[in-house]
Write a protein that binds this ligand. Structure first.
Ligand code: HPA
Length: 247
């Protein structure tokens, strides 16, 4: 990103093991931020192997209150084409075997997950996109699959019938853990390819990487503008997610 200064980095120890990488402390046009590459700096950690609990715990330890999450998705809804940017508003979780809560022993919490993404962060992204004239889709349902393989045509047909607009592999349990950590969380999904069967072509990571690279200038501009619009104080329910959630 332009206007980014690396001001420090830290390795954080967590009760859940090591996060994906060191946390990079950044100054972005006067705004302090922390960056973490969820797949590791060399993209060596597959989506089902990411230690989502350690990653979110690390952000919490560093005092982070808001997470702006970026992810690549395959387009299921015909309105979504490679290069489309979606500010997701709902999730369907199809992952299996991922550690998906901080509360496994002694304490039981059921957090309200009706609205998986922070309304304030979503609005900031949408307002930022308008301000810089970047076309984005202002809502969309993200189905999270376990991967690391891409889906079958039948799976995508099924996900379409249950209301999914796009498919990715990382938003869960990341979003749910952020909720449990009372951290605001919002995903900007970049469509890197048409999902299986929507396209008749073979799905390739080459296409995914090429589209991410082509979209990076737009994503940088969107992030930069969004950061400038986020208020110091939170006025959303995310900071009280655990209230009335304990059994
Ligand atoms: N499926 C799942 N995850 C993805 C895809 C896809 O087609 N494209 C980018 N991430």
């Amino acid at each position: 990103m332009p206007n980014v200064e690396l001001i420090g980095q830290s390795n954080v120890d967590t009760p859940y093991g090591a996060p994906s990488d060191s946390y990079k402390q950044l100054m972005i046009s006067g705004v302090e931020a922390v960056f973490l590459a969820r797949h590791g700096s060399g993209h060596t950690i597959a989506p089902h192997k990411v230690n989502y609990r350690a990653n979110i715990w690390g952000f919490k330890t560093l005092g982070v209150e808001r997470l702006l999450s970026l992810g690549a998705v395959g387009g299921i809804n015909p309105l979504l084409l490679p290069g489309s940017i979606v500010i997701a508003d709902q999730i369907i979780d199809m992952t299996t075997g991922r550690a998906s809560t901080f509360y496994e022993i002694d304490e039981v919490y059921h957090v309200d997950f009706s609205e998986p993404f922070c309304p304030e962060l979503r609005s900031a992204f949408i307002e930022a996109a308008r301000a810089i004239n970047l076309p984005v889709l202002t809502r969309g349902t993200y189905v999270c699959t376990n991967g690391p393989r891409f889906e079958t045509r039948a799976e995508i047909k099924y996900y379409a019938t249950v209301g999914a607009d796009m498919v990715g592999m990382t938003a869960m349990p990341e979003a749910a853990l952020a909720k449990e950590a009372e951290i605001c969380y919002s995903t900007v999904a970049t469509v890197t390819n048409l999902a299986a069967g929507i396209s008749t072509e073979k799905l390739t990571t080459t296409e995914v990487i090429e589209t991410v690279n082509k979209s990076s200038i737009a994503l940088n501009a969107l992030l930069l503008k969004t950061l400038s619009l986020i208020q110091a104080q939170r006025n959303c329910p995310c900071g009280q997610a655990l209230k009335d959630a304990k059994i």
